[in-house]
Ligand binder design. Structure first.
Ligand SMILES: *Cc1c(COP(=O)(O)O)cnc(C)c1O
Length: 459
């Protein structure tokens, strides 16, 4: 990295005065002010006067450009991005194919509303999703704007198809911030506190969390879950089971092998729709195109969003044709769902995942991260876990094994100060997650991992 005197307020370096995004940005960590710098601090003052306090910020530097795996801020600092805007920019920020596709579409038309006057790029995206998602059965897709909206619609569709109402969600689940998805989400702070009442007919059951459930096998954890469902809800009342194949906000929790397949089998035997929420795990992130593929499970419905469109807002529900075709015409949709700019961005993004073999790249990234993190000899690391380019560290007090959220906060703050954007997560606030763009170079990734090791040692 370049380290210009971090104590002197900024004079913007050449590259930051007219920064171009995309891969033209130098892929480097460069600190020219303290983090946040003076221009960002001034913007925070304005934010606090203009933006609702309910809209939180992880790292209060203000972006002016981003490309590949770096974000350049208003003070001219270049940060290594290990968050990808929460697993969104898998193909890199302002990926050239996405920029070209969206620019061309902008000049053609920006909006007609697919439910008013349709266009073919929406169909192209649906065909791509039907082709790429697990299972070779006949499928249909519907497009929306956000992950939460996809989840809401998956539940609507499952209820309509089964004629049943109850929905099962899991401990540590995260499904979004709308009313129904808040209800499905497990964690009170900050997602639910003060925002009730929540939607009825949502039931919470235990998940498989090998590090914290005494190492229950997948089969044992599934038996516990299914027994609770049968005793407390009953399959006759249950429309859907929704689960993240690797839980994201909950702490990158990878269930024990066999847990997910047992749930799928039970759902199939009881006319319960199995919904995989792959909003965070989807699109090459875990080293498979979809995380369900790891154990060969085939969900009835799959929700996708984040990594789907290179940063443009798009989400989808894809699944069995008989389920997806159950709702009446006009029952699904929305003004912006499947907006043409987002659709062409998705097509370019999906083509990039395939042509650049980003599934393979995610596995390489996972191997580099795993080697680096497991080489750290520190008893405060309770577990290194994850899959592909979705990896995490769970930090504990080694004396008690209890989660150490305070340490986690210190490590994140120090990494940010050193120009490495890392995110926290976890029900207990003690997990550091790594979600680099799949376009990150080995050199930049190794530099960021080195910083993480150093700030952990010093925290
Ligand atoms: C982010 C996320 C959501 C919500 O997506 P939004 O686009 O923020 O509404 C839902 N499910 C999972 C697993 C997520 O990670």
């Amino acid at each position: 990295m370049t380290l210009v005197d971090a104590t002197t307020p900024a004079t913007l370096p050449e590259t930051a005065t007219t920064p171009l995004g995309g891969p033209t940005l130098p892929q480097e960590r460069r600190l020219v002010t303290s983090i946040p710098g003076p221009a960002s601090r001034a913007l925070t003052l304005r934010k606090n006067q203009a933006v609702s306090a309910g809209v939180g910020v992880t790292l209060p530097v203000y972006a002016v450009a981003a490309g590949g795996a770096v974000i350049v801020d208003v003070d001219g600092n270049s940060l290594i991005d290990l968050g990808s805007g929460i697993a969104v920019t898998g193909v890199g920020n302002s990926a050239p194919a996405v920029v070209a596709a969206v620019s061309a579409q902008l000049a053609q038309f920006t909006h007609t509303c697919f439910s008013v006057v349709p266009y073919d790029s929406y169909i192209d995206v649906a065909e791509a999703l039907n082709r790429l998602t697990p299972g070779d059965h006949e499928k249909r897709s519907a497009l929306f704007n956000s992950g939460a909206e996809a989840v809401e619609n998956a539940v609507k569709i499952a209820r309509h198809f089964t004629g049943k109402q109850a929905v099962v969600a899991f401990d540590h689940a995260y499904h979004g911030r709308t009313n129904l998805t808040m209800g499905l989400t497990a964690k009170n702070q900050p997602y639910k506190n003060g925002f009730g009442p929540f939607a009825p007919e949502v039931y919470r059951v235990p998940t498989s969390y090998p590090y914290r459930d005494g190492g229950l096998s997948g089969a044992e954890a599934a038996r516990r879950t299914i027994s609770q469902i049968e005793k407390q809800i009953g399959a006759d009342n249950l429309a859907a089971v929704i689960i993240e194949p690797i839980q994201g906000e909950g702490g990158f929790i990878v269930p024990a092998a066999g847990f997910l397949p047992a749930l799928v089998d039970w759902c199939r035997a009881h006319n319960v729709v199995f919904i995989a929420d792959e909003v965070q795990t989807g699109f090459a992130r875990t080293g498979d195109l979809f995380a369900c593929e790891h154990e060969g499970i085939v969900p009835d419905l799959i929700c996708t969003a984040k990594g789907i469109a290179g940063g443009l807002p798009l989400s989808a529900v894809t699944g069995r044709a008989d389920i997806m075709d159950a709702p009446q015409g006009g029952g699904l949709g929305g003004t912006y769902g499947g907006n043409p700019l987002a659709c062409v961005a998705a097509l370019a993004t999906i083509a990039t995942y395939e042509s650049e073999n980003l599934v393979g790249r995610a596995r390489q990234i996972g191997a580099i991260i795993t080697a680096s993190l497991t080489a750290i000899d520190d008893p405060r690391i309770g577990e290194v876990r994850g899959r592909g380019a979705m990896m995490a560290l769970e930090l504990i007090d080694p004396a008690t094994g209890e989660p150490d959220a305070a340490l986690t906060g210190r490590v994140l703050a120090s990494a940010h100060a050193q120009g490495v954007l890392l995110l926290g997560c976890g029900t207990y606030g003690n997990v550091i997650r790594l979600l680099p763009p799949l376009s990150i170079t080995d050199a930049l990734l190794r530099e960021a991992l080195q910083v993480l090791a150093e700030v952990l040692a010093a925290s």
